[in-house]
Design a protein. Structure first.
Ligand code: IMP
Length: 430
């Protein structure tokens, strides 16, 4: 059985948690491979809404083992908070069900302070990060001065590493950013407490996955963020600091490419993004408010992690072509189709006009992207409520047409369509 990968095909928040939750029912292991608690996955089961930032959403399934892979940056405080909240709701979060790669990197208060200081310094050019310390933690990782989770197994080594880490970052915080220094003793004591609780979860992630694959088990690699937030393939510098794309799943878990089966690209039926940076099909005014929702519902377009209103716009096929290009998508999961019900005419961006030429690809060079004007095709909308529909052929003709238009344009079949927040509000295409 292979490694199947779930990827965000846009700027994150496509509903990957929801799709992972559905696919997890058939998986033995669900493994997070990138990002940290900048992600936010909302999973609705019955009346209960679970908001998870770090722990894979597969944890909600009894028979599934979850792994936080080596490509993830882990704030231990957040991990413990989520463990406790899940345990309080009766979810088994013992080390039998959840494992943490010893090669994942730790986020510390120094990373969070630096994230804040750097965003402040960027002023009008701020990236709009989630301020969770993600960028500085990955910076430490790639500059080979990070703190790996494996340190949690050795209290003495951990204390030394934390003291050195805080001392080095205090220099930068105070001398470059004029920020307050951190108390190394306090951070070391705090992390010693986390270590005592988290050490039993440590594992060699790559080894566990290899053994599982050799025993015919199936693994679902759960992405965070989305293709356009990828450090290499996204709208740099308005990106996150990791690789949410399919390649990142392999390096972020320590699995080779021959193991890959399906690569599911999750795409919202329209487009959203949080944070700064270009967004060719962005809408403002009434239609934006209509797509965003008021914030009253958990599925409205407000960040799960930060609560910020998301920027919204029409579906952009150039973006999805780009996602296909860098991820080799084998199928699409189209989410939130129900949100489009009642809009008389839907615009879909099919290409861009760039300096008088038509292009169908997505330029990741921001100067080029800024000169792109969306070329829209208008498709007729539908007025019916589709939240109760469970079979594709029962969708209104124009809703079927909307989905068929996307899959034909992209040459990728749809495997799942979601028509509401609940698990059951799903159309399986095959
Ligand atoms: P960071 O990952 O906190 O450094 O933020 C970098 C950029 O990625 C910002 O624009 C964030 O809003 C965006 N971002 C990070 N995580 C997510 C996510 O899970 N969904 C959507 N956007 C995200």
């Amino acid at each position: 059985m292979p490694l199947n990968i779930v990827i965000g095909a846009q700027w994150g928040d496509e509903g990957k948690g929801r799709i992972t939750d559905l696919l997890a029912a058939e998986a033995d292991i669900v493994a997070r491979y990138s990002g940290g608690d900048n992600a936010g996955h909302t999973v609705t089961i019955g009346e209960e809404v679970f908001k998870l930032h770090l722990i894979p959403s597969g944890i909600i399934h009894d028979a599934v083992t979850c792994l936080i892979g080596n490509g993830v940056v882990v704030n231990p405080k957040v991990m413990l908070r989520e463990l406790d909240a899940l345990a309080a709701r009766g979810v088994d979060v013992s080390p039998d069900c959840l494992k943490l790669s010893e090669n994942a990197h730790l986020i510390t208060p120094a990373h969070i302070a630096l994230d804040q200081a750097r965003e402040l310094q960027r002023g009008a050019g701020a990236i709009g990060t989630t301020l969770r310390g993600i960028g500085p933690a990955y910076t430490d990782k790639t500059s080979r001065q990070g703190l790996r989770a494996g340190l949690l197994a050795d209290l003495e080594e951990l204390a030394d590493a934390i003291h050195a880490h805080v001392a080095a970052h205090n220099e930068v915080l105070t001398k470059i950013y004029g920020a307050e220094p951190l108390d190394a003793d306090a951070v070391a004591a705090e992390y010693a407490g986390y270590a005592q609780r988290l050490a039993p979860y440590l594992t060699n992630g790559s080894l566990i996955l290899d053994e599982a694959l050799r025993n015919g088990r199936s693994i679902l690699a759960e992405g965070a963020q989305g293709t356009l937030l990828d450090i290499d393939h996204g709208t740099y510098p308005f990106v996150t600091s990791s690789s949410p794309t399919a390649g990142g799943a392999l390096t972020g878990l320590g699995v080779g490419p021959k193991q890959v089966g399906e690569v599911t690209g999750v795409a919202k039926a329209f487009t959203t993004r949080v944070g700064s940076g270009p967004f060719p099909t962005e809408l403002e005014g009434e239609m934006a408010d209509r797509l965003r929702g008021t914030g009253e519902n958990p599925w409205d377009e407000f960040g799960t992690t930060t609560g910020r209103p998301r920027r919204v716009g029409w579906l952009d096929l150039a973006i999805l072509r780009h996602a296909h290009l860098v991820n080799s998508l084998t199928n699409l999961a189209i989410t939130k189709l129900d949100i489009l019900s009642g809009i008389p005419e839907l615009q879909v961006c099919v290409a861009y006009e760039l300096d008088g030429r038509r292009i169908e690809y997505f330029p990741t060079n921001l100067k080029t992207l800024a000169r792109c004007r969306p070329i829209y095709q208008t498709l007729p909308g539908w007025s019916e409520d589709i939240m109760g529909v469970r079979h594709f052929q029962d969708l209104p003709a124009n809703a079927q047409n909307y989905v068929n238009f996307i899959t034909t344009q992209l040459g990728i079949p749809a495997s799942i369509i979601s028509v509401g927040p609940a698990r059951a509000q799903t159309i399986f295409m095959r």
